[in-house]
Write a new protein. Structure first.
Length: 336
């Protein structure tokens, strides 16, 4: 089996080869943790013998099977760029039944793992790989790869408000490393920021913004290290050239002839249907008021504002002047 890193002679007393979980991960069958669970469940055999512990080293000479199927040679490490849309979770299965990014990928994609996560309401660049070692290397905090985000917040941020984020803050006893934060523009009640960080803590940007009294209402990851979102549309996937993967990650890849392949979204993510007359983005015309009728003839529920949509009350008959006869001269009330 080809190695991601130059082979080193085993230390004295260490069996030759690699840990079985690492081999299964590099073969694209599972992450290391998932592979360990598969082993503990008795699904893995080495040279015909069932194993129940991941504390085993194997070599290319060993015959490995999972669920009775032989494990072949691992593919060369591959990396894809994926534009994650909002409304999908970054997990294989969701206990709440929500859609996952893996449900959204093209059907001809091999088994892949996500590098890090983007939460349900975040969007933008997400890296995918078929190699567990590549995933681990990309996620290591010691690598310090800069991740950039375009963030829209509700409020009017100033340099004084953002300065604590640039110096590093502590939230609920958890230290956050300094971020690079720049104010791009103020747009009405919202402002756009560009934020760069080298960590990947859970909801880091949202929590940091809340700490300085700003609320995030849109978050887009635009880059992860040297990899850029570019003009990739939501749901689209693009494979990086293997030469780029080799050069950026410092891997030894025998076959670097792979070319970048761009794939369209496997399906269109369905959004919640908006009821007739309900306000929302992209709807032409002025906002509808309670009591107004929509284009379909339905009346918008709610109480109208005082005086809204009502005509002036009719004057009493006694106050209405009698109609003037034609040709009658009327005395002018204008002062000279």
């Amino acid at each position: 089996m080809s190695e991601d890193t130059p082979s080193q002679p085993p230390k004295s007393g260490t069996p030759p080869g690699d840990r079985i979980a690492k081999v299964l991960s590099r073969a694209g069958l599972a992450s290391r943790r998932e592979a360990e669970r598969m082993i503990e469940a008795g699904r893995v055999r080495v040279n015909g013998a069932q194993i129940d512990s991941p504390a085993l080293n194997v070599t290319p000479a060993d015959a490995i099977t999972v669920d009775g199927k032989p494990v072949g040679e691992p593919e060369p490490p591959r990396v894809w760029l994926y534009h994650k849309p909002t409304g999908l979770v970054t997990t294989n299965r969701d206990e709440k039944g929500r859609g996952t990014i893996f449900d959204d990928l093209p059907e001809d994609m091999p088994r892949v793992m996500s590098v890090g996560r983007l939460d349900l309401n975040s969007e933008g660049l997400l890296l995918l790989t078929n190699d567990g070692e590549v995933k681990r290397r990309l996620e290591l905090p010691s690598n310090g790869w800069l991740r950039r985000y375009r963030v829209r917040v509700n409020g009017r941020p100033t340099d004084d408000m953002l300065e604590p984020l640039r110096k590093g803050i502590t939230i609920d006893g958890e230290d956050f490393q300094p971020m690079t934060v720049s104010l791009d523009r103020q747009q009405g009640a919202n402002a756009w920021l560009t934020i760069g960080l080298r960590e990947g803590k859970n909801r880091e940007i949202r929590r940091a913004m809340e700490a300085v009294h700003l609320s995030v209402n849109r978050l887009i990851r635009t880059s992860y290290g040297p990899f850029q979102l570019g003009e990739l549309k939501p749901g689209e996937v693009e494979e990086l050239k293997r030469k780029v993967v080799r050069d950026q990650l410092g891997l030894e890849i025998a076959d670097t002839t792979g070319t970048a392949v761009k794939k369209k979204p496997a399906r269109i993510v369905k959004r919640k249907t908006r009821k007739p007359g309900e306000p929302g983005p992209g709807r032409p015309g002025l906002p509808k008021e309670p009591g107004d009728k929509t284009a379909t003839g339905k009346t918008i529920p709610g109480k109208p504002k005082p005086g809204y949509g009502k005509s002036k009350p009719a004057r009493p008959a006694s106050d209405v002047p009698a109609p003037r006869k034609f040709g009658t001269r009327v005395k002018s009330t204008r002062k000279p």
